[in-house]
Ligand binder design. Structure first.
Ligand code: DQA
Length: 147
C-alpha cells in the first residue's frame, strides 16, 4: 500500500501462545488470526499495519526504536507481562512522537493487584482492556480516528 501511513502492532511475551493459553481468560483466537484481521482492517482504513511479536524485552525495545526512527503514524502495543514491569519498554515508547494505544485482551483491573500497575497507560493516548481479541480492532479504529 503505497504512501499509506504505517501502524505498528507489538505483541509481548506469551501472546504467541494465544489459542491454547488460558482460553477462558484470553479467548480462542490465535495471534495469527488477530494479525490477519488487523492487516485487513488496516487496508479498509487505508493504514499499512505491521505486526511484531517477541518474548524478549530487548527485542521489543529494538523494534520500538526502529519504529521511532522510521516515523510510524501510530503504535498499538500489548506489552503483556512487561506492562507491569518494564521501565525499558516505557522509555523506548517515550522516543515515539506518534499516538500509542495500549491493549489488553483481559480486563487487567478485574484481576490480580500486580496487573493493575501499568508502565504504559499514562503515556498512552488510549487504553483498551477486556474486549478480548476484538480489542485490537477497536484500538485500530480508534487510532485511525486520531490520525
Ligand atoms: C495481558 C494481561 C497481562 O497481565 C498478562 O501478563 C498478559 C496478557 C492481556 O492481554 O490481557 O500476558 O496483557
Amino acid at each position: 500500500m503505497d504512501n499509506a501511513a504505517t501502524v505498528l502492532v507489538i505483541h509481548g511475551p506469551n501472546l504467541n501462545m494465544l489459542g491454547t493459553r488460558e482460553p477462558e481468560v484470553y479467548g480462542s483466537d490465535t495471534l495469527e488470526d488477530i494479525d490477519r484481521r488487523l492487516v485487513e482492517k488496516g487496508r479498509k482504513l487505508r493504514l499499512a499495519v505491521e505486526t511484531f511479536h517477541s518474548n524478549h524485552e530487548g527485542a521489543i525495545v529494538d523494534r520500538i526504536q526502529e519504529a521511532a526512527a522510521a516515523g510510524v503514524a501510530g503504535v498499538i502495543i500489548n506489552p503483556a507481562a512487561y506492562t507491569h514491569t518494564s521501565v525499558a519498554i516505557r522509555d523506548a515508547l517515550l522516543l515515539l512522537s506518534c499516538p500509542i494505544v495500549e491493549v489488553h485482551l483481559s480486563n487487567v483491573y478485574k484481576r490480580e493487584a500486580f496487573r493493575h500497575k501499568s508502565y504504559v497507560s499514562d503515556i498512552a493516548a488510549a487504553v483498551m482492556a477486556g474486549f478480548g481479541a476484538r480489542g485490537y480492532e477497536l484500538a485500530l479504529e480508534g487510532l485511525a480516528g486520531m490520525l
